[in-house]
Design a protein. Structure first.
Length: 102
């Protein structure tokens, strides 16, 4: 992916953070921008220890970027919101696995 495309992807992450409730990281490769309170509660229930409220989208972006740099292979960032009836429809890929590879 070109630097320009990756920059656009980071802008998409920031845009998602503007309306987000929280962010979560599994400590390896899964990073989530949690759009609603239900998703925040789910991640808490799943035992995510790196789970933070979004109070300042710019600071949250810095945190997500740090997590991304520390992540192991196959890392990705997805926004997730609750969708009644089909939870899988709530995922939006912001930076897909391998997308940051040159």
């Amino acid at each position: 992916m070109t630097t320009t495309n990756l920059t656009a992807r980071w802008r998409a992450v920031h845009a998602a953070l503007l309306g987000a409730t929280g962010i979560a990281w599994d400590g390896c490769h899964k990073i989530y921008v949690l759009i609603d309170e239900h998703q925040f509660s789910l991640m808490d229930g799943y035992g995510y220890t790196r789970l933070l409220r979004v109070t300042d989208p710019d600071k949250s972006l810095e945190t997500v970027q740090g997590w991304f740099e520390q992540s192991c292979g196959l890392r990705f960032i997805s926004a997730v919101r609750s969708v009644e009836g089909d939870p899988n429809k709530g995922f939006t890929g912001l930076i897909e696995q391998g997308e940051d590879e040159s």
